[in-house]
Design a protein around this ligand. Structure first.
Ligand SMILES: Cc1cc2nc3c(=O)[nH]c(=O)nc-3n(C[C@H](O)[C@H](O)[C@H](O)COP(=O)(O)OP(=O)(O)OC[C@H]3O[C@@H](n4cnc5c(N)ncnc54)[C@H](O)[C@@H]3O)c2cc1C
Length: 492
């Protein structure tokens, strides 16, 4: 099913640096996902990761609906699900406790809580299985680009060459700084401590006290997160050394300050500290160098969107960069990456700003929160906010057309199994109920399915490799025009 593994190192002499198609700086979730996506198209990928060992902080992150859909599209979900815990798709927006709205159209309508190191490991393994090379303990410290490619300098003085470089190197991105790309926004105003630990008092006692405190403290919670384990959020105010990781004592002290008791917390699973800085890169691309994930955007973790956003960046960029390398990319395809993804990040930054305000204890913010709680009784409002956080509401601007154009197509049963099962190879797909259309000279890039039954109420639909609807219609000429726009010139 997969393309052949890329095992051979490109030729090198002592004087000429090794050459790759794409070098990725950073093997976090974004870098690993991007490497895998590129390998689906046989692109020679090298991932450079400065840390010698995978991350050890076992922070639990939530994979939201759209990310679960992407995993299903690449046949990864069965591998990931056993490592996580499924929770209802609800109470995401500013932690307002509303149940899941009706009308949520997804086969994967839940949240998957999973330790970040585990999802990182699974994505890295997936990329390596597909043939990506990952070199740990290699930090990118310099870059220089020309018309043919990029020279990447490593901390050990080694130089490597690639046609493109992608900075997936996190919020403090070296690549972004080397490019001189601005990262404007707001610095952190508050810091919080978050972690998971066991408690020494009965659940009922905790629930009553927590409900009381949350009347006035929104940046606080203590809620069940598994058998005997609680998730704890407290302000970091007064915790001394920002450079050191927080300790259980820090949590206990902050709990006593807010609740008058530390609930007997003990046996921490993981502890972390984070700020609410919000920043967006001015540009996602400078020539042959691109940015993705936290390297391009940072925001408070409220709503649990950062990792999801990065993985979705990688999904958007992967097939476009592969098309560029393989030589079939239409003019400006690569620029649609920024055109599509930067507005999505802008919207996420905005919703986290709004959620942060809603957690304030100021009377005005509390009043707005109460009003929003009322409004969320309307299912449309609840659904709208949920679609924002889970990214199923994303619609790229592909020009005038029906509402479905530019949106994702949900997974659905088809004669051949289910739709997403047809997207594992990262190719385009024409779903054709007319049975008289053809993908002609694009058949090396786009699959065609004509003989099927599915709950699809349009004659034909063209999906991009990222599952977004690129065309709807029944006219061959119109289809050819769209195929050229997204998949370049036909092979014959
Ligand atoms: C408390 C907390 C809770 C969170 N919860 C969620 C959640 O529930 N859901 C969610 O979606 N997100 C969550 N996030 C956000 C999420 O952790 C990040 O958005 C995500 O890790 C970003 O992934 P990335 O691959 O873009 O960057 P990173 O994970 O930062 O990975 C970057 C990688 O690049 C490497 N690197 C850095 N510099 C170099 C260099 N010069 N050369 C080579 N390698 C380099 C780093 O070592 C690292 O491995 C949370 C964050 C916090 C703080």
């Amino acid at each position: 099913m997969y393309p052949p593994r890329f095992t051979a190192e490109p030729p090198s002499t002592d004087r000429t640096p090794r050459t790759y198609d794409v070098i990725i700086a950073g093997c976090g979730p974004t870098g690993a996902m991007l490497a895998a996506e590129l390998r689906l198209h046989d692109v020679r990928v090298l991932v450079l990761e400065k840390e010698t060992e995978p991350a050890s902080a076992v922070r639990i992150v939530g994979l939201h609906i759209r990310s679960l859909e992407l995993m299903a599209m690449r046949g990864l979900l069965d591998r990931i699900l056993p490592h996580g815990r499924q929770r209802p798709a609800s109470a995401f927006f500013a932690a307002i406790p509303k149940s899941a709205p009706k009308g949520l159209d997804s086969r994967y309508a839940y949240l998957l809580g999973i330790p970040q190191p585990v999802i990182e490991r699974l994505l890295e393994e997936h990329a390596i299985e597909l043939g990506a090379q990952v070199r740990r303990g290699y930090a990118v410290v310099g870059l220089e680009q020309d018309d043919e490619g990029v020279t990447v300098e490593l901390a050990n003085g080694e130089q490597l060459r690639s046609h493109y470089l992608v900075g997936c190197d996190g919020g403090r991105s070296t690549v972004r700084k080397l490019l001189g790309v601005g990262f404007p926004g707001e610095p952190a105003r508050t810091e919080s401590l978050m972690g998971e630990m066991e408690v020494g008092v009965p659940q009922e006692e905790i629930a009553a006290r927590v409900a009381e405190i949350r009347e006035t403290h929104q940046r606080f919670w203590l809620r069940p997160a598994g058998v005997g384990v609680y998730s704890v959020l407290v302000p970091a105010a007064g915790v001394s050394d920002r450079a050191e990781p927080p300790t259980l004592d820090d949590f206990a002290r902050q709990l006593r300050a807010i609740a008058g008791t530390d609930f007997g917390v003990h046996s921490p699973r993981w502890l972390s500290r984070f700020g609410d800085a919000t920043r967006l890169a001015d540009s996602y691309r400078v020539g042959r160098v691109l940015l993705a994930g936290d390297a391009a955007h940072i925001h408070p973790p409220i709503g649990g969107q950062g990792l999801n956003l990065g993985v979705q960046d990688a999904f958007n960029l992967g097939w476009k960069l592969a098309a560029q390398i393989r030589g079939w990319a239409p003019e400006a395809l690569l620029d649609t990456y920024q055109a599509e993804r930067r507005p999505v990040a802008e919207a996420v930054l905005d919703n986290t700003r709004a959620q942060t305000e809603l957690l304030s204890t100021e009377p005005g913010a509390q009043a707005v929160r109460r009003l929003l709680i009322e409004l969320m009784e309307f299912d449309e409002v609840n659904l709208h906010l949920l679609e924002k956080i889970t990214a199923v509401g994303v619609r790229y601007d592909f020009g005038a057309g029906p509402d479905l154009l530019g949106r994702r197509l949900p997974d659905m049963d088809i004669t051949q199994g289910h739709l997403y099962g047809l997207l594992h190879r990262g190719r385009g797909l024409l779903l054709d109920r007319t049975e008289r259309l053809t993908v002609g000279g694009w058949s090396d890039r786009v699959d065609h399915l004509a003989d099927f039954t599915a709950a699809l109420d349009v004659p034909a639909v063209l999906l991009r490799p990222d599952g977004h609807v690129a065309w709807i219609g029944d006219d061959q000429q119109d289809l050819d025009e769209r195929l050229s726009r997204w998949f370049g010139k036909p092979a014959h």
